[in-house]
Design a protein around this ligand. Sequence first.
Ligand code: IVH
Length: 677
Amino acid sequence: MSLKNEIIKSYKQKAKEIKKHNKHYFIDDHPKITDAKFDELKKEFLKLESEHGFLKELNLSKNLVGFSPTNKFKKIKHIKPMLSLANAFNSEDMKSFIKKINNYLNINNSNLDLFAEPKIDGISATLIYEDGILTRGLSRGDGLVGEDILENLKTINSIPKNIQKKTPPKLLEIRCEIFIGKKDFLKLKDKFANPRNAAGGSLRQKNPLETSKIPLKYFAYGFGAVEPMIFKTQADFLNKISKWKFNINPLSKIIRNLKEVEIEHNKINQIRSSLDYDIDGIVYKVNDLNLQKRLGNTSNSPRWAIAYKFSAEKASTRIKDIVIQVGRTGAITPVAKVEPVTVGGVVVSNATLHNEDEIKRKDIRVGDSIIIQRAGDVIPQVVSVDKSKRNENSKKYIFPKKCLCGAETKKELSKTTNKLDAVRRCIKGYDCKFIAKEKLKHIVSKEAFNIDGLGKKVIEQFWHLNFIKKPSDIFNLNYDKIKKLEGWGDLSINNLKKAIEKSKVISLDRFIFSIGIRHIGQENAKILADFFNSIEEFKKLFDSKIKKKILYNLVDLDGIGETQIQSIDNFFSNATNVNIIKDLINKLNIKNYIIKNNKGKFSNKKLMFTGGFKNISRSEAKAIAENNGGKVLGSISKKLDFLVVGESKPTKKKIEQAKQLNIRIILEKEWNEILNS
Ligand code: IVH
């Protein structure tokens, strides 16, 4: 063996040892050698690496040396969920954000105060102060349940341990982003892929002493629970907490309209590289906290905030091939296989071409030189083709008319626009094995069954090994077979078993969302769960005769339209779909849907709206009715208790029908009186 090979062998051996001891120490909580011995091993390993440049190429030291995060933290439920943000990528998206806010609040103000803050690319955490004392510190976790990382957060000197105020709020939850300065990261760059990883790894050390060695910083950007509420605006909140010694980003400011949004965006983008921390956009928040409260949240993100991302990084490359991919709803997406190229620090070898029309419009061909772009976590896209570099013999790309499963594909006619959809779809549902695989990935995802340890990659692997071909297989896994696979050990198998067992108990709304009916997202799944209430009722959809009746009744539901009903009908008309869902149900304990709030002024009452209101939008009126225990229906029927009539253009026919059915009619004025009483 050559000397070089011997060095490589010894280096790899040491890496393996370190990995093993990291596991004993951090994961099993059972160190097998002393700290001093471990440090020695690390030193030898790093010394070898620094003496022999070629070892660096093996890339073994990243995330290995002494900083492996543990999963030993206590899990704690957040007082209020830690949501994520919707994204905007251009001025049009921002325009639509401002318009949606205006619509929801039923106002016409294009100069609404927005508060702009750089979006730090770090790790979010929440700090809880009770009577002014820092008592809890949690990581974001899955947004609902975080991990207790208080001791590690306490090592960050600039985080106040007490609030410097005579009478602090009884309860104050500060949300912040933890990061490592770019300069400080340079010292750690051999051990982590990027500053964000380094901050995350460091925060999740088992031993706070390890965390304290790394210079972590933070900016506070928001609040969770606050009692009593003493803040009026986002600006007021940040101003007050900065007096209490919390760090806030000095680049934050009030912005008043779209023009100012663009100016701010360009300004911050220009100084971006000179900042000592990574930012990937600007967060715009409605400044007035009362308006924020009225706007509320959708399932995952607030309506009152958006992250306007900086423009995507671009790179040029060449298309080696064009292939198609099948999504979980059957959508056929063309994907360009490109010569690997680094864009924004990540090696890209695939880029989406969106759909058939897009390829036609841009006349994209195999062999073309192209520009691709990548923004945030979004799939890289093909932006343009350099036709001057095109080979004379290149041929137009002919879009396949068949799915990978061999079935014909279709373009649907949109009911709203009366135009053919740009996307081709395979309509075989679970009968198409490619769709089935994607549906499995959806089922295990965070918002659905949320099975830790069973991510997209594992599903892909288990699918190819025939371990999981349909959803019910998840609950029949042969763990002895998995154990034989590389990367699986007793601990990871036990964790997977536990996660799968836990996921068997699921609420009806999550279940409906999980099975992946097209057009039934999280919000619609809740509306349907509220309608069916139990899985027993939901199962009636399997019987084609009863199904028709049920679908007819769904018209009553506010939020469920013809498109959704058609899609539910299609889904349950497919025998394979029905059998697969039946098998799945047999493995589960599906809990009845419980409406969070059925107390209030409209407790257990069914309402319907007609006509526009003076001060609020229909969406807000609906949210108010629901927050007061009411249920909003979409059509007049005997079931209805109230028809609420707004002053602007109510439908006469609806009022007539309601009168005939003896339904109580509430005029806008009266509605306001009831709410204010
Ligand atoms: S506001 C309801 N402001 O971005 C969520 N978030 O994608 C409100 N982040 O989890 C978030 N800088 O970790 C907000 N100035 C800022 C932020 C910021 C970074 C992170 C945060 C959040 C994620 C949302």
